[in-house]
Design a protein around this ligand. Structure first.
Ligand code: ACM
Ligand code: ZN
Length: 527
């Protein structure tokens, strides 16, 4: 009788096991392939993480931190293969950013073409863990685009180093590889430049800030506002990003969006001032004088210090929204135009920016600028960041320039998230709206043939902060829309919005665990 009972119990148990559904594997961005198997690997207390190459040490350390966040007690990192645990390996036969992840009941093996690729495997693993288990599966993955960016505007509101690190952590979770740091603008200069101390003493502080929307309000808060990063802090952020396999591209705005610099050194402007750091949004008519040599001397000195701090291949010089009214009246600017045979002020802007590009090339770097640069003409080597729409980017790609697509009607995360912001309780934003579905549906290949499409380096989401003063709010605007951008960057072909939304549930769990704020409209079916 006892034997029969045991037999029945065993049969019932195995039936229950067979019936237990294999946890579904929901990963964003969608990997190239996920083949689920049977069973799970339990990540227990003291789980070992081994790596086979010294270059993977910091990836292994990050992996241990992520496991601890997921509730695994005391993960242990070792510089040897562990077999029963999590193994991280370099595989020289893989392209730079490609990885595979094999999960068996005994452990997980992540192989990648570089530490960066292995880290992407680790990020995938983070999304696969549920209840301390990893479902058995074979994952293959590589990103479609080489440039996968996010921009953070710290000029309109200043975000301390800890916030910037959080932004970088969020980028790493979404497998993005380029952090575009918007460091200077009309409303504040945020990077210490040793040779020009007034840039931070004067230029990092505005005397007050507009309350409400710039189109409808003339009310100010009467409170000085400021902040900047010391060079040590900049180095700290660049190193933090590098550990997470993210390059940092600084943006030093020129010739427009430069009121903070003009307020610091009025000789930089056509009218010589006086100027003040801008207290409302939008942009100023006063810009850097294109006629005087002292402007170029200043910029080259500033950029020399910037290059010391940022090892990135690319440097962003802005170039957007530069009114020409001062140049039209400035004798120095007009003389420059005559001397250089420039037909109008757009050509003067082109002269200005091309001169800086030449200087950057001489120092081993390449230049990115916003799509306004196309108005006066660009060199074949300029990388165009298309923001006013897709037209600039398409035009540039057709004429052979490299392009980063960040069209505002898809990738501006400072725009509202729903079609009825008031009804849906959204906080004041700059305007328009980019619901996550719209962002997800962006077609990076629109109107481009195959050869032209190869000029698209990638895509980028931009978080401007005129109406976003805190990190909580920044995260709410960023998430989960950044997840959609990341899928456009990694897997633009064969996208399926409903499937994306299903998978988003898993990422939401991670947001909750990490304590990231996010908008929940998509989970409530609100667009
Ligand atoms: C921009 O949004 N002015 C680049
Ligand atoms: Zn001038």
């Amino acid at each position: 009788m006892q034997r029969i009972l045991i037999l029945v119990a065993v049969l019932l148990l195995s039936a229950a096991c067979a019936a237990a559904p294999q946890p579904e594997i929901h990963v964003i961005p969608r990997p190239v392939s996920v083949v689920p198997g049977d069973g799970t690997f339990r990540i227990g207390r003291g789980c070992k993480i081994g790596y086979d190459d010294p270059s993977l040490q910091s990836v292994a350390a990050l992996c241990a931190g992520y496991l601890a966040d997921a509730g695994v007690r005391k993960p242990v990192v070792t510089d040897k293969p562990v077999h029963k645990g999590i193994d991280l390996q370099l595989d020289g036969t893989f392209p730079d950013e490609e990885y595979t992840l094999s999960a068996t009941p005994k452990g997980v093996l992540i192989c990648g073409g570089s530490p960066r690729a292995v880290l992407y495997g680790v990020q995938t693993l983070r999304q696969m863990i549920g209840g301390g288990r990893v479902p058995v599966a074979e994952v293959r993955d590589k990103p479609f685009f080489g440039y996968r960016g996010a921009m953070f505007d710290v000029a309109r509101y200043f975000y301390p180093v800890e916030d910037v690190k959080r932004f970088i952590d969020i980028m790493a979770l979404h497998k993005l590889n380029t952090f575009h740091w918007h460091l200077t603008d009309d409303q504040g200069w945020r990077i210490e430049i040793k040779r020009y101390p007034e840039l931070t003493r004067v230029g990092s502080v505005r005397k007050e800030t507009l309350i409400g929307h710039y189109k409808t309000s003339d009310e100010y808060d009467g409170t000085p506002y400021g902040g900047y990063y010391t060079q040590d802090e900049i180095r700290e952020v660049v190193a933090y990003a590098a550990e997470r396999c993210i390059d940092v591209i600084p943006e030093i705005e020129l010739p427009g969006h430069s009121m903070a610099a003009l307020a610091s050194y009025p000789w930089l402007g056509c009218t010589q001032g006086p100027y003040e750091v801008r207290t409302t949004w939008f942009y100023s008519s006063d810009v850097l004088c294109a006629g005087r040599e002292t402007t170029f001397e200043f910029l080259e000195n500033v950029l020399s210090e910037v290059l010391e701090l940022f090892p990135s291949k690319y440097i962003h010089v802005g170039g957007d929204e530069c009114p020409k009214v001062r140049w039209e009246k400035c004798p120095d600017c007009q003389r420059r135009m005559r001397q250089e045979g420039l037909k109008d002020e757009n050509a003067l802007q082109s002269y200005f920016v091309c001169r800086i590009e030449e200087w950057l090339h001489a120092h081993g770097r390449e230049m990115i600028g916003w799509d306004e640069l196309l108005e006066g003409g660009v060199t074949p080597s300029t990388i165009v960041m298309s923001w006013r729409g897709t037209e600039g980017g398409i035009k540039a790609a057709k004429s052979g320039n490299r392009v980063i697509m960040s069209p505002r009607f898809y990738f501006y995360l400072d725009y509202y998230q729903t079609s009825d912001p008031e009804k849906n309780g959204e906080r004041l934003a700059i305007g328009r709206n980019v619901p996550i579905r719209k962002l997800y549906g962006y077609d990076p290949f629109d109107r481009l043939d195959e050869a032209q499409a190869r000029n698209i380096l990638g895509v980028q989401a931009n978080l401007w902060t005129e109406y976003i003063a805190t990190m909580d709010h920044a995260e709410y605007m960023l998430l989960p829309r950044l997840a959609a951008m990341s899928e456009v960057a990694w897997a633009p072909e064969g996208r399926d919005y409903d499937d994306f939304v299903r998978r988003l549930g898993t990422l939401r769990g991670l947001y909750d665990r990490a304590g990231y704020r996010y908008a929940d409209f998509v989970f409530r079916g609100i667009e």
